[in-house]
Design a protein around this ligand. Sequence first.
Ligand SMILES: [Zn+2]
Length: 83
Amino acid sequence: MTYCIRCGRALKAPTPTGMGSTCARKAQAVPVPDHDRDLFGYDIEKAVQAARYRLSVFIGTATVDAHIAVRRGFRLARERLLP
Ligand SMILES: [Zn+2]
């Protein structure tokens, strides 16, 4: 049994990305930049850019998750109120 590298859910079959379809879709929304250390040492500008990028991805996925949770909550509340 393999597990999604992002949310940890069990996957029916291993995928090339290591993520389930939902997480792969969320991760695809933001393309991955190529940031490396430069040849002679640590590039602080690139490190800052990479940190900002990682933060933006984290915030982006957290926002998507929150929107989904709010939508689900509204749907459940509506179903309870208007059966
Ligand atoms: Zn997942």
